[in-house]
Design a protein around this ligand. Structure first.
Ligand SMILES: Nc1ncnc2c1ncn2[C@@H]1O[C@H](COP(=O)(O)OP(=O)(O)OP(=O)(O)O)[C@@H](O)[C@H]1O
Ligand SMILES: [Mg+2]
Length: 289
C-alpha cells in the first residue's frame, strides 16, 4: 500500500483536481484505490459523486466522515465510513468523505493525543486492501494537513508556478521539515518522499508558456530546492467541466461529476487532459519502483 498526499498551502492550485483524477487513473490501471478527503471544503467528496442531496436534512455525510475515523478507535474506516464513488469512474473508487463541520471540530480533535496517528494506524491494520491511498488536503497548515503528512509515504505538490505559489513553497518546505521531525521522533519513520512539484493549471497559450514556464520551473529547483515532475497538467476547460457534470432527475439537476477518463469516453475534448493524467500515473509508478 502506497500512501500519497497531494498538498500545497496555496489554495486553488489544483490539489483536488489532481487527487481525484490521479485516483481514477490508478484505479483504471487495475489498482485498488482509496481516496481520503481531509479538507473541510469537501471538494473531493463532491467531485466523486457523494453529495447528491439538496437539503441539510438529507445529509448522510455529517455523522459519518473522516472526522469519525480520526476521533474514535471504534470506527472501522472501511466498513463504517468509506463509500463507493458514484457514476464517477469505471471502475469506481473507495472514498472516505470530508464534511464542512471538520473546521469546527478541529480543536476537539486536537485535544485527543492519538488523533494524529489514528488514520495511519487504521490503514496499517489492512495493509493489502488498497494498492494506493490518495489524500486530498486543505490549503492550510492545520491539524488535517499534519495528519496527511504523518500518514503518507509520498508527497505531490501541485503548483501553477506563479509567484505566490512559488513563494508558498518556503512554507511547504518548513512544514515538511517539522513533520519529518515528528515522524522520526514519534514514529521512527523515514521522511516523506517528495515526488515533486507538479506543474498544474499551466497555460496552453504558447507564447505565454514559452516566456514563463522554464524560468518558473527552474526557480522551483534552484531557489526552493524541490524536484519538479515531468508531467504538466495544463489549464483546460474539460478538466473543470468533468467535475461539474449534472444529471436531470425530474425537475432537478443533480451533480454527476466524472473523472477525466470517464469524461474522455464521452467527448474527445477531454482526451488531452486524460492523456496528461495517464502520463502522471506512469511517472508516479516509475518513480516508486
Ligand atoms: N488543469 C486545470 N484546468 C482547468 N481548470 C482547473 C485545472 N485545475 C484546477 N482547475 C479548476 O480550478 C479550480 C481550483 O481547482 P482545485 O479545486 O482542484 O484546487 P485546490 O488546490 O484543490 O483548491 P483548494 O485549495 O480550495 O482546495 C476549480 O474550479 C477547478 O475546476
Ligand atoms: Mg481542494
Amino acid at each position: 500500500m502506497k500512501i500519497i498526499a497531494v498538498y500545497h498551502n496555496k489554495g486553488g492550485v489544483g490539489k483536488t483536481t489532481v487527487s481525484v483524477n490521479l485516483a481514477a487513473g490508478l484505479r483504471r490501471k487495475g489498482n485498488n484505490v482509496l481516496l481520503i478527503d481531509l479538507d473541510s471544503q469537501a471538494n473531493s467528496t463532491f467531485a466523486t459523486g457523494l453529495v447528491k442531496f439538496q437539503f441539510e436534512e438529507e445529509d448522510t455525510l455529517r455523522d459519518n466522515n473522516i472526522f469519525h475515523v480520526l476521533k474514535s478507535s471504534d470506527y472501522d474506516f472501511i466498513k463504517d465510513v468509506a463509500r463507493r464513488s458514484h457514476l464517477f469512474n469505471t471502475p469506481e473508487i473507495d472514498v472516505i468523505p470530508a464534511h464542512i463541520t471538520l473546521t469546527e471540530r478541529e480543536i476537539e480533535l486536537g485535544k485527543i493525543q492519538t488523533s494524529r496517528l489514528r488514520l495511519l494506524r487504521k490503514l496499517e491494520l489492512e495493509p493489502s486492501r488498497y494498492d494506493f491511498v490518495i489524500i486530498d488536503t486543505p490549503p492550510a497548515r492545520d491539524l488535517y494537513a499534519e495528519i496527511s503528512m504523518i500518514t503518507s509515504d509520498y508527497l505531490i505538490i501541485p503548483s501553477d508556478l506563479k509567484p505566490f505559489a512559488n513563494q508558498g513553497l518556503t512554507t511547504v518546505g518548513n512544514f515538511i521539515k517539522d513533520m519529518n521531525n515528528y515522524r522520526k521522533e514519534i514514529l521512527n519513520k523515514v521522511p516523506i518522499k517528495v515526488l515533486g512539484v507538479l506543474p498544474s493549471r499551466i497555460t496552453t497559450n504558447q507564447k505565454s508558456f514559452l516566456s514563463t514556464f522554464s524560468k518558473s520551473r527552474q526557480t522551483v529547483i534552484d531557489h526552493y530546492s524541490f524536484p519538479v515532475m515531468e508531467t504538466i497538467i495544463y489549464d483546460r476547460i474539460a478538466l473543470s467541466r468533468c467535475l461539474n457534470q449534472t444529471l436531470p432527475v425530474g425537475d432537478l439537476e443533480i451533480p454527476a461529476p466524472k473523472s477525466i477518463f470517464e469524461y474522455a469516453d464521452q467527448t474527445s475534448l477531454a482526451e488531452p487532459s486524460a492523456g496528461e493524467f495517464e502520463h502522471l500515473c506512469a511517472e508516479i509508478l516509475n518513480k516508486m519502483e
